[in-house]
Write a protein that binds this ligand. Structure first.
Ligand SMILES: *[C@@H]1O[C@H](CO)[C@@H](O)[C@H](O)[C@H]1NC(C)=O
Ligand SMILES: *[C@@H]1O[C@H](CO)[C@@H](O)[C@H](O)[C@H]1NC(C)=O
Length: 423
């Protein structure tokens, strides 16, 4: 064995041992922190609305529907079903800023940044929950559980969510979560994704820890069975359940159009829609999939593909109803405004790799064993009028949650441990 090989060998062993040890520790911490008792809560009817009118009157929007201009009140009671790997961090930042502007009450989780995913959502997981309380917005990761959600939020809540092309989503999920799914450790070669898609049944083990990250993850997030055969009638029923429940299903591929539809549905203002893309992966703009691999990824995630196609149809019907010309103008306006914000806020005008981010506050959360998520540097001399907005628009999710008063000790402990061993 040469010296170089020995060093490689040693560092590999080190990572393996540390990785195994840490994963076990974290699983233990997560298990211990799951509320053990699902004590039955008294049934108190939820309020009709949790909008507090006085402050709202200051925020009337004028909707100009070319021939009818009318005044409406922004909707503040919102359930955002945050799906995985769907630009939902970017959307959360929009929701956080909207929530602060209207001084809404968020239903946040306690001790970590999700509602004990992948277990089903329970309202007892909401920080400081008591029956009959008023909450406006819920938006952290959860496994959707309609009856519990509806026992938490007011009757007039708007349910919204976002979907992404399942092949792209699968690629992203494989990259981000692959290492957390033990059966991927046995896939040979450097390009594990291609190898997996060559013969998924050979590697996939539905009983394996975290395996839902790698099959029909969208359907799973909605609380449905991701292992059904795509022709099973329960798949259609599931799609119908989502379409009955959610009044707006946005698409990552048409993010700006989605936001305009949202503005229209919830009576928001263009100012509320400004955003920078957060949580972007280095080199992720171009999909590495060949048409053949893409077809395989869609076949493997056939339920999600059916789901996506269904809501793609309803999405474009909504755009038809809104008017294509009007949509094009509004999207152009939003893009222009975002571009202006970029030149006001962002040093260099683009995202940079983690190593080049100067402020710790601006460091995004990284997947295990990598530093592939990019972030931003705030410009130095931002004028007073924009300083706060820029900071908020660029703030990564974990830091923003902390600023909003969420206690994230488990998430942070995990982060510190990873910092120490540089993993
Ligand atoms: C609505 O739009 C029309 C034409 O686009 C414009 O003439 C009118 O002034 C607008 N009304 C308001 C209230 O913004
Ligand atoms: C989405 O719908 C549009 C309009 O009907 C269609 O042109 C497009 O091919 C659809 N895309 C997918 C992925 O189904």
């Amino acid at each position: 064995m040469t010296g170089k090989q020995r060093i490689q060998w040693r560092s590999m062993c080190k990572s393996l041992v540390l990785g195994t040890l840490l994963t076990s520790c974290m699983i233990l911490v997560y298990c211990l922190s799951t509320p053990q008792i699902h004590y039955s809560l008294p049934e108190v009817p939820v309020p009709y609305s949790c909008a507090h009118r006085p402050t709202q009157s200051q925020h009337k929007s004028t909707i100009n529907n070319s021939d009818t201009a009318y005044i409406c009140t922004p909707k503040v009671d919102i359930m955002f079903m945050k799906t995985h790997k769907t630009a939902s961090s970017t959307f959360l930042n929009i929701l956080f800023r909207f929530g602060e502007k209207h001084q809404v009450k968020f239903a946040f989780p306690d001790s970590r940044n999700d509602f004990f995913y992948p277990s089903f959502f329970q309202r007892s997981q909401v920080k400081d929950y008591r029956p009959g309380m008023c909450f406006n917005i819920i938006c952290n990761h959860m496994r959707f559980n309609a009856p519990e959600v509806s026992k938490l939020l007011p009757v007039d809540t708007s349910y919204i969510t976002i979907l992404r092309d399942p092949a792209e989503l699968f690629e992203s999920s494989f990259h981000y979560f692959g290492r957390l799914v033990p059966f991927t450790w046995t896939i040979p070669g450097d390009d594990k994704l291609t190898e997996f898609l060559r013969d998924p049944h050979k590697y996939f083990d539905p009983g394996s820890f975290n395996s839902y990250y790698l099959k029909n993850l969208l359907f799973f997030d909605f609380g449905l069975d991701n292992s059904l055969d795509v022709n099973d009638p329960r798949v259609e029923e599931g799609i119908k359940f989502i379409s009955d429940r959610f009044q707006l299903v946005m698409l990552v591929e048409h993010f700006e159009e989605s936001l305009i539809l949202l503005k229209d549905a919830l009576c928001w203002e263009m100012d509320d829609l400004l955003f920078f893309k957060l949580n972007i992966r280095k080199g992720s703009t171009l999909s590495k999939f060949t048409p053949e691999l893409r077809a395989r990824a869609l076949e493997w995630n056939a339920i999600d593909w059916k789901l996506y196609q269904h809501f793609n149809q309803t999405f474009w019907k909504k755009v038809d109803a809104y008017g294509h010309q009007r949509m094009a103008e509004d999207v152009a306006e939003l893009k222009k405004r975002n571009k202006e914000m970029t030149s006001i806020c962002i040093e260099g005008g683009h995202a940079v790799e983690a190593g080049s981010i100067q402020e710790k506050d601006m460091q995004p959360w990284q997947p295990i064993g990598e530093k592939s998520i990019m972030g931003y540097n705030l410009k130095k001399n931002i004028d007073k009028a924009h300083r706060n907005l820029c900071r908020k628009m660029l703030m990564p999710e974990i830091q923003y949650l902390t600023e909003l008063g969420v206690n994230l000790w488990i998430t942070k402990l995990w982060g510190h441990v990873r910092d120490i061993i540089n993993w």
